[in-house]
Design a protein around this ligand. Structure first.
Ligand SMILES: NC(=O)c1ccc[n+]([C@@H]2O[C@H](COP(=O)([O-])OP(=O)(O)OC[C@H]3O[C@@H](n4cnc5c(N)ncnc54)[C@H](O)[C@@H]3O)[C@@H](O)[C@H]2O)c1
Length: 319
């Protein structure tokens, strides 16, 4: 495999795991961070770490943005992310080669082609696609197993409007294995990452809401949840229920969601998530004007196979 020149901008949990993974795969990696203690820590680990990105004299490289994107209430705080991106733009201004900037942070859909593109162009006086390439490659690793997850991805997402950038990222990332999916619109890759985390969060809240009911009536939720995890088609068939604009219909799902809400009420448990499930379905039925039949039906053989498939140990649910 050809060795690439790689810069990691923002060398925290994701940046360090990403950069060290590339190093182990034989690439030449430089880490950038603004935190003095973090720089000292990485230097102690023997890594090439700097406080500023300097691209002068550097050959064509990948510049991964693994900058923080915390939330501030119901919004992302992109202050540090924007500052780090602006610094990359300034460094691009002095570059002689064409570099590829890759957004690996978790950002709201549209950020790569909006904020990132305009910040880089403004600060470099270059034009995206011409003076530098731009791509998206959101990270799925879990904080608890960051290095192992980077080295053994189960899903890699790459996006760029420029097919050559997609191919270069594919060549860089495919040796790590796992499934690699490509998109032409970076907003779709960014949406994948958001939906990925929100889906996991929703599932966790679903079972916590059920746990409140179970606690109230004195039954043990764990064996119940473990059984449903193997019986519900929504859990064992990846195609089930994933089509947008298709609310559930038929008899059982409307009846049992509504009925259980009333039941929970009688035992004194509020179920805001289940209420929202009913509300969303009603709203969607109004918008699209029809109810869909169960989505993505699997055959009996497929369901038996899925239900008896080896159990993956429960993950911590942290990303
Ligand atoms: N932690 C996870 O498990 C995880 C998993 C997947 C994706 N992500 C996403 O990856 C991104 C990074 O997350 P993280 O957990 O590694 O954050 P982190 O806080 O561990 O690391 C961010 C690093 O960026 C540095 N930094 C801040 N401003 C900078 C600047 N202007 N220039 C250079 N460096 C700067 C900080 O000093 C810090 O070391 C976020 O978007 C996050 O949502 C995190």
């Amino acid at each position: 495999m050809e060795s690439s020149r790689i810069f990691i901008v923002g060398s925290g949990v994701v940046g360090a795991a990403t950069g060290e993974g590339f190093l182990a795969a034989g690439h030449k990696v430089t880490f950038i961070d603004v935190s003095a203690p973090r720089i000292a820590e990485l230097a102690e680990r023997g890594l090439d770490v700097r406080s500023e990105l300097d691209l002068s004299g550097e050959p064509e490289s990948f510049i991964f943005l693994t900058l923080p994107t915390p939330n501030d209430g119901h919004r992302y705080d992109l202050t540090a992310f924007t500052a780090g991106t602006a610094a990359v733009g300034k460094a691009l201004a002095t570059a002689t080669a064409k570099h590829t900037v890759v957004v690996r942070s978790t950002v709201p859909p549209g950020t790569t082609e909006g904020l990132v593109k305009s910040t880089l162009e403004e600060n470099s006086k270059l034009v995206a696609g011409n003076g530098f390439a731009l791509g998206s490659n959101p990270e799925f690793l879990r904080a608890v197993s960051a290095a192992e997850d980077f080295a053994n991805p189960w899903m890699t997402i790459v996006a760029s409007r420029d097919p050559e950038t997609v191919e270069r990222l594919r060549a860089l990332l495919s040796p790590f294995g796992g499934e690699l999916r490509t998109f032409t619109n970076p907003a779709e890759a960014e949406f994948v990452k958001s939906a990925h985390n929100i889906y996991n969060a929703t599932k966790i809240s679903f079972w916590n809401e059920m746990w409140l009911v179970a606690q109230k009536i004195g039954v043990d939720l764990d064996p119940i949840a473990a059984t449903v995890a193997r019986s519900a088609e929504g859990s064992i068939n990846p195609e089930y229920g994933i089509r947008g604009g298709a609310p559930y219909g038929g008899v059982c799902l409307p009846k049992d969601t509504q009925g259980f809400l009333g039941y929970a009420d009688t035992v004194g448990v509020e179920m805001p998530l289940l209420s929202a499930v009913v509300e969303v379905n009603d709203r969607l039925a109004e918008i699209v004007g029809h109810e869909a039949d169960v989505i993505g039906h699997a055959t009996h053989d497929q369901l038996r196979e899925a239900a008896t498939h080896a159990v993956v140990p429960a993950a911590a649910g942290e990303e």
